[in-house]
Design a protein. Sequence first.
Length: 368
Amino acid sequence: MDDWTYCQQTLPKVSRTFALNIKTLQGRLHRSVLIAYLFCRTVDTVEDAAKLDPKIKIKLLLEFSRLIENREYRLDHIDSWLDDCATVDGSTNDLDLLRNIKRVFNVFDSLKSNYQDQIIPAVSKMAKGMAHFQSRFQFGEITPLENEEDLEEYCYFVAGVVGEMLCDLFLQKLTTLPESARRIMKENAVSFGLGLQMTNISKDVMADRERGWSYIPQSLIIANGLTVDEFHSGKLVEKNMQILEKLLFKTNGHLHDALKFTLAIPRTELSLRLFCVWPLWMAMKTVAALHNNPALLSSNAPVKITRSQVKRILFTTPLIAWSNFILKASFDNILKEFKSHPEFDLQSLHQRLAKISLDNVSPNIQTT
């Protein structure tokens, strides 16, 4: 099969959810978003490798950022990078994508430059940001994030940059979008990514704990009267739930911002709206299912919405996506249990990110 067919057939194997909404897009935007997602998934595969020393991950992540930033460098070094990836562990489909990343790059090189220019800095920043956080982890130990600002910064590098990239890719198509709508999209793009990522963190608490990972900030745990070890033992269910409810509260705020982003897209651009609505509505349904749900802490299996709920979202939202009023009413109805939500300080996040020197991250690997 040709490279583009490989990419199309691989997408649903590595992500069922995003395979659905990417399919709503058309033409150059469809091809660009699909390729961008496969790059992000490849970087995720390296970061998620459970058996790989963080120092090795850092080396691979930093090298990938160079591969995507510099085409000439990539042509000379991608084979050696793939050789170094032989130790990466993960699912069969994720590893197949990793081994065939040259095919993804081949399609990427055929994209128009204005689309490439949105993808390159985002994926590179994601890889460098992941390397930055891996530099703080100890192999085989749970290393919690320090505080809620730390969590925001981590979520920015793994998901916020994706929100920014999607916004910039959309704007390549929305050339006549009024400046006011453009500004709303840019102001809420990061929050969109953070909302989806924090939903995943909340539902995967137990599964992450089993593999020695934790994204629950240490300050949040201590503020609720627990030590980090007590929280991860899972024995004090009521206090654990209080901690997770605070995380869901922040997640709810980001999902409200994601709705603002979606409603700023012209009503005539139904495919772009559905691209946003489907993962957003699934995230909202998940947050509603997690709210005050002790089952979250009683099983390693993540709490998921049912297939019938997914089907209902896919079938009903195309009927209402044209209406801002109906979309907002549906949104409010799903999250009606949450009486309020916090405001996200994007400016503060950007100020903190500016102090992080991604170019100084080092794997500190001694070579012979």
